[in-house]
Design a protein around this ligand. Structure first.
Ligand SMILES: Cc1cc2nc3c(=O)[nH]c(=O)nc-3n(C[C@H](O)[C@H](O)[C@H](O)COP(=O)(O)OP(=O)(O)OC[C@H]3O[C@@H](n4cnc5c(N)ncnc54)[C@H](O)[C@@H]3O)c2cc1C
Length: 455
């Protein structure tokens, strides 16, 4: 089926390539413009390289604790060159896969930098020096984001780093101060600690992971403290000075941390400059493009998805938004349909222990006065956790006491990011705790804790 409509997509990250393949499959003529690498910052700079390093760090921790598995202890050591080529090969494999998929769906890919010149036109400065003007029925902007750098920090790529300067790793810092204790900050603290760096984490509030379940944050804090990570709670970094050792991060409460390196992890800002957005009438909000439930901006036919939309900065959300845009440009959903509900997005934090959650949080329910039922089961009650020699963590399910409907949950422990899918499905499909409880699950498996928590 060919639909005589042209969709031009600016940015080939998760939002852009999902929208492209999904729209092309529906018969739309799709052109995608990417100025760097297909797969986006997610593959090149953020999600994939950080998770690759975290997974190597986890292998190292595992190897260094083999006696618990009945094996002789061995000291694993990092091979920086091998790790670098591992990261590079994963990145290029994923990018090639995206490119092949787009080509197989008939998407036209243009390498270059694009900007909107009118509601139905896009100009591209191509990588080969040429220029192209494209016509479009609809335009999707999904140009992603980049690390936020406050004016008092001057990253030099050597001692003062943004998260994007950390890989491929040239060396591993002997000691590092991480500024910021949100998801990225704690993941980097965990990552460097697993490779043996002495880590100090500057935590501006009284708990790491502000906004997350305090019980979950407490487990992570305990794990950090037991691994020698210093936590500067209630401290805001206000300056970074160069010293003989490396850097000194100065905090507003008078404390300071002197380490060989400092890493900035205080959020991101959207890539919405020089795209011609204001010129076509798009009203930005703090640099983000406000969107409606169909991901359409205030200007009809111009959509935004992914980090630029200011919703949840997650690859998974970006991809889903991209698919929703594709659905919308062919005239809206056909058949049964669910609007994107950002409150039901599952997310994970790849630390030690791993953390994942979805839907309503306990604290949120108490704050709103909503009656909930909370059931919590430790992994230590499952045979699989003992077999894996890792009985830490728990599963918590939050449900409606009157109807049994699953409203949310959190998981702390091995494979939390995989296991949360069960609760995420239940939350999205309005399933009841009995639906989980009555599922015939595998034994021995960590998922048995889910069934128990659902009882
Ligand atoms: C350290 C870190 C770790 C993360 N880990 C996770 C994780 O584990 N799980 C998760 O779900 N999310 C994770 N994220 C978030 C995730 O990376 C982003 O939410 C995701 O990349 C957003 O996708 P996107 O399509 O909006 O943008 P991007 O992936 O940033 O892609 C945007 C693309 O647009 C291109 N572009 C920009 N401007 C132009 C232009 N003018 N013309 C042409 N092309 C242009 C860029 O080159 C880029 O390739 C992490 C983020 C960080 C910082």
């Amino acid at each position: 089926m060919n639909i005589d409509k042209k969709l031009v997509i600016i940015g080939g990250g998760p939002a852009g390539h999902s929208a492209a393949t999904s729209a092309a499959r529906r018969g739309i003529h799709v052109t995608l413009i990417e100025r760097e690498i297909l797969g986006g910052a997610a593959h090149l700079l953020d999600c994939v390289p950080s998770k690759t390093m975290i997974s190597t760090g986890a292998a190292m921790s595992f190897t260094n604790s083999l006696s618990g598995m009945g094996l002789e202890e061995r000291e694993a050591e990092v091979d920086v060159d091998a790790l670098t080529s591992r990261i590079e090969s994963i990145k290029s494999r994923l990018s090639t896969d995206v490119s092949s998929l787009l080509e197989s769906q008939g998407v036209t890919i243009i390498r270059g930098s694009a900007r909107i010149t009118s509601v139905h036109a896009v100009h591209v400065d191509c990588a080969d020096g040429s220029q192209i003007d494209l016509e479009a029925d609809d335009i999707l902007v999904c140009t992603g984001s980049r690390p936020r750098i406050p004016e008092w920090v001057h990253p030099d790529g050597d001692r003062i780093l943004t998260t994007r300067d950390c890989y491929p790793p040239r060396i591993f810092p002997e000691s590092v101060t991480i500024i910021g204790s949100g998801v990225t900050g704690v993941e980097f603290a965990h990552m460097f600690a697993s490779f043996g760096s002495k880590v100090t984490l500057v935590v501006s509030r009284q708990q790491v992971l502000p906004g997350k379940d305090p019980e979950v944050a407490a487990v992570l804090e305990d794990s950090f403290l037991s691994r020698g990570v210093r936590l500067f709670k209630g401290a805001r970094a206000i300056a970074i000075e160069k010293t003989e050792l490396g850097v000194r991060v100065v905090c507003d409460d008078g404390r300071s941390s002197e380490t060989t390196h400092a890493v900035l992890a205080i959020g991101s800002i959207p890539n919405t400059e020089n795209l011609g957005l204001e010129e076509v009438g798009i009203a930005l909000d703090g640099g983000y493009i406000p969107i409606d439930r169909h991901c359409e901006s205030n200007v009809k036919h111009i959509y935004a998805a992914g980090d630029v939309s200011g919703k949840l900065p997650l690859s998974s959300v970006a991809s889903m938004q991209g698919r929703k845009v594709a659905e919308q440009v062919v005239g809206g959903p056909k058949g049964p349909h669910r609007h994107l509900d950002y409150d039901k997005a599952a997310s994970a934090i790849f630390t030690e222990p791993e953390i994942a959650d979805v839907g309503l949080a306990e604290a949120e329910a108490f704050a709103s006065g909503r009656k909930i039922r909370v059931t919590k089961v430790p992994f230590s009650s499952t045979a699989k956790a003992l077999i894996n020699n890792d009985p830490r963590g728990f599963v918590k399910i939050i449900s409606d006491p009157a109807t049994g409907e699953v409203l949310g949950g959190s998981i702390v422990g091995s494979h939390a990011a995989e296991l949360i899918s069960v609760i995420a499905l239940a939350v999205t499909a309005n399933l009841k705790v009995t639906d989980i409880e009555e599922s015939l699950l595998v034994h021995p498996a960590l998922a048995e804790a889910l069934a128990e928590a659902a009882e």
